[in-house]
Ligand binder design. Sequence first.
Ligand SMILES: *Cc1c(COP(=O)(O)O)cnc(C)c1O
Length: 382
Amino acid sequence: MEKKIYTETIYNEEIIRPTRVEVDLQKIKQNYYEIKKYIGNTKIMPILKANAYGHGLIRIAKLMEELNADYIGVAVLEEGILLRQNGIQLPILVLGGIWGNQIPLFLKYDLTITASSIIKLKQIDEVASNLKTKAKVHLKIDTGMERIGVHYYNSETFFQESLKCKNIIVEGVYSHFANSESVDLTFPKLQLERFNESILFYEKHSIEIPIRHISNSGAILQLPEANFDLVRPGLLLYGVYPSDEINKNIKVEPALSWKSLVVYFKVIKKESTVGYGMKWKAEKNIRAVTIPVGYGDGYFRSMSHKAEVIINKKRYPVIGTISMDQIVVNIENDSAYNGDEVILIGKDGEASLTVENLAEWAGTIPYEILTNINTRVPRVYV
Ligand SMILES: *Cc1c(COP(=O)(O)O)cnc(C)c1O
């Protein structure tokens, strides 16, 4: 019997939570085509790790299949298995490498393996041999990220060893940039040079060159000479730029809105305090509404006393410490009614709140805002 390995939101169409994420699939499609237009004939591997950066792994994978993407990239084995269990047939590369006795599962679900050392290469070869199959592998070269991969200065031996593994198909060879989102491209260029030197191996020995790839969103925008055979866009596909300062010559738009509803209205009297720790005190009588979202959904507690939301096209401050499941919003003398829409990320008329705004309030980066909206928040596709 197959064990259930990975769970998604408890989701019921009829009683959907007031707090939800809306994903505009048309936007993701447009972003995809904008990237495609920019990279020309280069292949594309959309990165769908961490629940597709919060947008919902399975639905986004289905969209990528409709769009005929060349490959899908995920971080961990379980994400790959979940995609296969949901009928996704595109090739899938697991970027995070292997651990323990995972290799048979990679082979069972036809997932491409990242080999990041000679020892791992040999383990993969042995398991594949025992199971009388061949393993599809991408070799990972470390050109300066110092996470996983064989150092560029040891890559020759790594490549040599890979040729001896008879049960391995070396389909790709890749590396990863450490700061391609910076305007200073000195280090990315050095990494690129190291990668280029490593893979000269194939030319030198007249061996067919595997699929070469190194570029994430930052490099796609700023270093077209690093495109090689395939690029790996993550954040950019979802319509967010990896940094403010970056060259924005691919026009993308955010696909995700985070919304909720007013579920409670009251007047808070002068001198009353709001929330845990009693950190916010009313200097006069105010009107306030309560919204059912909190840090338990990924609405960072560190945004307390900074965050704002949009109600009826206007921005209002969140007051008091952000709780696990609820926030309180000061609407001063304005009106808002139960059932009015509240926007946490998104636009209403002229008013807008971006992932970047939340990242600044929380003292983090857009990536973390998106990937922290957890599975308790239902995803709705529009
Ligand atoms: C996450 C990741 C990407 C995508 O990065 P973005 O900056 O979101 O484009 C590409 N490659 C690897 C190896 C990654 O881990």
